[in-house]
Ligand binder design. Structure first.
Ligand code: OSB
Ligand code: MG
Length: 377
């Protein structure tokens, strides 16, 4: 992390606010912890010297992936985080201001994202360039939810491969795991393939998880408990397949512990989960020092969160395709212009416009918004 970035003056923030609106998925997304057919998207914005910065809060409606919800994030942003902007003269000052509030990483990440966007716009630079991103073409994977039957899963895999996605991730849970991976491997022997269990197994399932080694998965994502590092370290010694942690890496501290314990060989980084871009970049840097590759996770973001993810994925240790899929994998219409589009070779090119690089589609957003909060700073 280039620490100089923390001392660049932010433009004078005059207004900050929150927007809430439903966005309906093209098809329901099912994981081991539940199914969603839409997101309640919470956007945090700041206005400063004629510029606007946007961030997205990735909390869900229900506390299933994380204890945070859109409701808790709204409360924490309104009551604790936004009021600190009165003294946020730099990003460094902002981070010190909010450090005393514990947890609520998704709420914090949304505001920090808006500040990075407005800072980059004030510097007239794309966010990925502000961070000295190493690449502009971001290789993309796709995350396929649990399907109603094997046929639907095979069709989905085929469809995404034909669009060019560079790796397939499927969601698994007990009873919906080995046979599905077997089918995909038989039909597509060489496809980069991985599975995400969202914490659905325990060490009692070691034999089953060990049997997945035969499918040469790129990795097995978060097989065990969402807060666990120790059991994963035991599991990893027994598997040939690399373990990738998602839920368990909720901070730089936990990333350090995971590395020391050898709990995983790969990390998924989500800014919402770890509390912001700064913490994400620190985890990225730490992982790079330990030769642990990372990739950018997703939380079914609208275009605003997606654009932020793409900028982050430009950093050099994001060497594996992430869940940064195109807008049309999720939405009939995205809230940014242009939508995020993927090239036929399975990469997304980050636009070279200042900040997140995409325009907010204000007209469409206005038609969707159900709740607003505005603070004059
Ligand atoms: O575990 O990575 C996950 C979606 C919601 C919550 C958790 C996860 C996911 C995904 C989808 O896998 C990633 C995406 O396409 O945004
Ligand atoms: Mg995951």
């Amino acid at each position: 992390m280039n620490n100089k970035l923390f001392n660049i003056p932010l433009p004078k923030i005059e207004e900050a606010g929150l927007l809430l609106f439903p966005l309906h998925l093209k098809s329901p997304f099912e994981t081991s912890f539940g199914s969603v057919d839409h997101r309640e998207v919470l956007i945090c914005y700041v206005k400063a010297e004629g510029l606007e910065g946007y961030g997205e809060c990735v909390a869900d409606e229900d506390p299933l992936y994380s204890y945070e919800t859109v409701f808790t994030a709204w409360q924490v942003l309104e009551k604790y985080l936004l009021p600190t902007l009165r003294s946020a003269t730099t990003l460094g000052k902002h981070l010190r201001n909010v450090a005393s509030f514990r947890g609520h990483n998704m709420a914090k990440a949304a505001l920090e994202a808006a500040l990075w966007d407005v800072l980059a716009k004030n510097q007239n630079k794309p966010l990925y360039r502000l961070w000295d991103g190493a690449k502009r073409e971001i290789p993309c994977g796709v995350s396929i939810g649990i399907q109603k039957d094997t046929n639907s899963l095979m069709q989905a895999v085929e469809n995404y491969l034909s669009q060019g996605y560079r790796r397939i991730k499927i969601k698994i849970k007990p009873g919906k795991d080995r046979k599905l991976l077997q089918e995909i491997r038989t039909a597509f022997p060489d496809v980069p393939l991985m599975a995400d269990a969202n914490a659905a197994y325990t060490l009692d399932d070691t034999d089953l998880l060990k049997s997945l080694d035969q499918f040469h998965l790129m990795m097995l994502e978060q097989p065990l408990h969402y807060e666990d590092l120790y059991d994963h370290s035991l599991l990893q010694t027994r598997l040939e397949t690399p373990v990738c942690l998602d839920e368990s890496i909720a901070s730089l501290h936990l990333a350090k512990a995971a590395i020391a314990l050898k709990s995983c060989r790969i990390m998924n980084i989500k800014t919402g989960r770890v509390g912001g871009h700064t913490e994400s970049i620190r985890i990225h840097d730490l992982a790079m020092d330990h030769k642990i590759p990372v990739w950018c996770g997703g939380m079914l973001e609208s275009g605003i969160g997606r654009a932020h993810n793409l900028a982050l994925a430009s950093l050099p240790n994001f060497t594996l395709p992430g869940d940064t899929s195109a807008s049309n994998r999720y939405w009939h219409r995205d809230i940014i212009k242009p939508a995020v589009e993927m090239n036929a070779d399975g990469s997304i090119q980050i636009p070279d416009e200042p900040g997140i690089g995409y325009q907010v589609d204000y007209e469409y957003l206005d038609s969707l918004v159900t709740k607003k909060f505005r603070l004059l700073v």
